[in-house]
Design a protein around this ligand. Structure first.
Ligand code: GLN
Length: 485
């Protein structure tokens, strides 16, 4: 087995035993990048030189017996995290040459844990999309079939982990952008509770929904990185000053007697029959692990996509007002006055989907329409959150499909925004309610494409989620295939 194929916990055991060095892992990963990146296109920017220097530093730490399990491990960052001195584009032309003067909190935390950064991964522009086709830098491919999309918007991060172009990666999830690509690429992806991970230095899309989380090869690795990135940050006013448990302590515990809620509204027409069969099988697996499945109802499920596509564009239209050619990145040349400069910059700097969202959002917030759209959507959002509060009175975790279909073909949904928006029909609710969710591989289609199962839990119940996911992973024993790139 090559080093790039191993997990964080396997590599860190070997590092500590002195069997391998971080520099060897880094060269294995970059060797893999050299071999497959031309097909996968997971990265916007590679950080080869600094990675080698960081590996040497981490090696020192490990020799002295310092540094946790992430020391010396190569990880990738979605290009939405500010990285000091390293170009951060958010997948957009408007930030094509933006070099942040500071690191995001998550980046700082990973750095002090000794992680090595491989590069910045591709994404839908400003995280708006479900396929990574909305990137100014071109689409990322699904390593299982390079004619297909990896999911989005954090498609580069998911594809990089899957293809062995990093050991773990980080992304952001506003309506499913971690869990959906994790599911379509066959890796583990978690969106923590709103407020669990600091978003300082995360480029904002929709501030009441955005959350940061990891992509890993298994549930144990997810717990390891959550231990590093979770926690309060005085620089981020929505991060919550609540103690972070040791997430690893939840692994390997059983779920005997647990009640696993199956929302009846999540088994709808339009769900791919192979996905449905895999989810039904996953239900039997948790039952085999000693849990009891109970039917629950989330009665406002039907409104989730509609509410999201008011709230998210409204917040985006306001967040993206700052890109006017004055402070950041791209500025269109030759303008007669300031207004023309703004117009030209924004017309040329943003892609079609971002413009669509800005227009919808500006409309929804405009005077006379605010009450009918944004206020109404916020009220319905309250009902969606209440559905979950009620449901968790009757169950410990909820089990659903992550995505209604496996990875679709490149170009298949680019002309049909509504079809694209429906990719997140099962993931959006967790962002609206602020609760954590995780996607775990649960099988393959007959064509060999991965399928993911989603677990949801109450606010700040990441430990419970990891317990359910690790019990599921252990009992399901999904065969560990690798994409043949
Ligand atoms: N696909 C959804 C959207 O386009 C969610 C994206 C995300 O989570 N960043 O908005």
């Amino acid at each position: 087995m090559e080093l790039y194929e191993l997990t964080i916990h396997e590599l860190s055991d070997r590092l500590r035993a002195g069997e391998i060095t971080s520099a060897e892992i880094v060269s294995s990963v970059f060797g893999r990048i050299d071999a497959v990146e031309k097909d996968v296109r997971a990265y916007i920017t590679l950080m080869r030189e600094t990675a080698l220097a960081e590996a040497a530093e981490a090696g020192e730490k490990i020799r002295k017996g310092e540094g946790g399990p992430l020391a010396g491990i190569p990880v990738a960052l979605k290009d939405i995290f500010c990285t000091k001195g390293v170009r951060t584009t958010c997948g957009s032309r408007i930030l094509e040459n933006f070099i942040p003067p500071y690191d995001a909190t998550v980046v700082e935390k990973l750095r002090s844990a000794g992680a090595v950064f491989t590069g910045k991964t591709n994404m839908d522009e400003f995280a708006m999309g479900s396929s990574t086709e909305n990137s100014f830098f071109g689409a990322t491919r699904n390593p299982w079939d390079i004619e297909r999309i990896p999911g989005g918007s954090s498609g580069g991060s998911a594809a990089a982990v899957t293809a062995g172009e990093c050991i773990a990666a980080f992304g952001s999830d506003t309506g499913g952008s971690i869990r959906q690509p994790a599911s379509l690429c066959g890796v583990v992806g978690m969106k923590p509770t709103y407020g669990r991970v600091s978003r300082y230095g995360l480029i904002a899309f929709a501030s009441s929904l955005d959350q940061i989380g990891p992509f890993t090869k298994d549930v144990e690795d997810c717990a390891i990185v959550m231990n590093v990135i979770a926690g309060y940050d005085p620089r981020e006013s929505t991060s919550v000053p609540q103690e972070v448990p040791d997430y690893r302590s939840f692994l390997g515990r059983d779920i005997k007697g647990w009640r696993v809620g199956i929302p009846k509204e999540y088994f709808i027409d339009g769900i791919d029959p192979e996905v449905e069969a895999a989810i039904r099988k996953a239900i039997r697996v948790v039952e085999g692990a000693g849990a009891k499945s109970v039917e629950i109802s989330l009665p406002h499920t039907d409104y989730c996509v509609a509410v999201y596509y008011i709230v998210a564009p409204a917040e985006a239209s306001s967040n993206l007002a700052r890109y006017d050619g004055v402070k950041y990145g791209f500025r269109a040349g030759e303008a007669r006055d300031l207004l023309e400069m703004y117009k030209k910059t924004r017309s040329a700097g943003f892609g079609a989907e971002v413009k669509r969202r800005i227009m919808i959002g500006t409309y929804a917030l405009s005077s006379g329409y605010y009450d009918a759209y944004y206020r109404k959507a916020s009220q319905v959002r309250g009902l969606i959150k209440r559905d979950f509060d009620e449901a968790f009175k009757n169950c410990d975790v909820i089990l659903t499909p992550t995505s209604p279909t496996p990875a679709f073909r490149l170009g298949e949904r680019t002309d049909d925004p509504l079809q694209m928006y429906l990719s997140d029909i099962f993931t959006i609710s967790a962002n609206l309610a602020g609760i954590p969710g995780i996607s775990v591989p649960c099988g393959y289609t007959t064509g060999g494409l991965p399928i993911g199962v989603q677990f949801l839990a109450g606010h700040f119940q990441e430990g419970r989620l990891l317990q359910a996911a690790s019990a599921y992973e252990k009992h399901a024993r999904i065969d560990k295939r690798r994409p043949s790139l």
